[in-house]
Ligand binder design. Sequence first.
Ligand SMILES: NC(=O)c1ccc[n+]([C@@H]2O[C@H](COP(=O)([O-])OP(=O)(O)OC[C@H]3O[C@@H](n4cnc5c(N)ncnc54)[C@H](O)[C@@H]3O)[C@@H](O)[C@H]2O)c1
Length: 311
Amino acid sequence: MQEIGILGAGLIGASWATFFAAQGLKVRIFDVDDTVKQQAWEQSVRNLQRLADLELLTREDAATAEGKLKVAASLAELLTDIEYVQESVIEDYAIKADVYRQFEQHAPERAILASSSSGLLMTRMQAVMQHPERALIAHPFNPPHLIPLVELVPGEQTAVETMETVKAFFLGLGKHPVVLNKEVPGHIANRLAAAVWRESLALLDAGVASVEDIDAALCQGPGLRWALMGQHLIYELGGGAGGYQKFIDTIGASFEAYWEDMECWSSIPESAKQKAVSGTQDYLNQKSPGEWAAWRDEKLARIQQILHEEP
Ligand SMILES: NC(=O)c1ccc[n+]([C@@H]2O[C@H](COP(=O)([O-])OP(=O)(O)OC[C@H]3O[C@@H](n4cnc5c(N)ncnc54)[C@H](O)[C@@H]3O)[C@@H](O)[C@H]2O)c1
């Protein structure tokens, strides 16, 4: 697949455009909002320059990648003769269904449609398609041009070959695809994030600690390990010579007591929303959101340089 269509060019679409162009692929960008698609092109160019500043791309490759980015005048122009489309429109079943119908009017029959959806079910979205076998979810983590994870999720009608083709495609581009055997709302990573977020809100709502300290308790502790290994491997090591079984036998009951005490909300109480929004302003205000994003991206790049060091 040499030419990629970016369908929906907001926060995630612009970052995907950067990623594919940086990998040497031609990229066409489209959004219903003309201003947004132009801004996505500009943002991608800035992202490429930043990747060069961080020495993740040479200046020459960044300039070549910039030349690969084109804004499509219409949806038909985006989709004519396209091989792969990364859809990143608003997270809404009705809007996605409408976009998938239009996709089939203009795209070749062999074109693959990959959705960035953070947690919708592909079975429901592909139900409107004549050729649902070529649609799947390829969910990135923000920002996709810097974070390697992509979750591949089939719907009930997705072909095995589509999953295999897209997995091989992303592996070839240096991403880290994980494949779900069956769809669940929120895939894997956002369900894990949802569990941590709910408890972060509950601790705040109960007055246990401030926003800043709750976030620090993640970043300065478990977050550092999470860049290297997940919960299963961490607890294998946590059991010492006895491994995971010993950890479960000796510490499992303590965790069960924490679970007993923890909230199981399925909606966020107003009080928690207000405390989270106002508490976060205090430390957000140390930098503008743009400065925070640039700070994050630079550190993310450095973490990945360390992770890719041998052995
Ligand atoms: N924000 C995140 O952290 C994040 C992370 C991973 C995945 N995602 C997923 O990516 C998708 C996009 O999220 P986002 O944060 O970039 O949203 P966004 O609001 O920044 O961008 C969505 C874009 O879709 C465009 N759009 C709406 N209808 C359209 C149509 N019919 N045709 C073309 N464009 C249309 C909008 O104009 C808008 O620019 C969602 O499915 C979301 O779940 C988001």
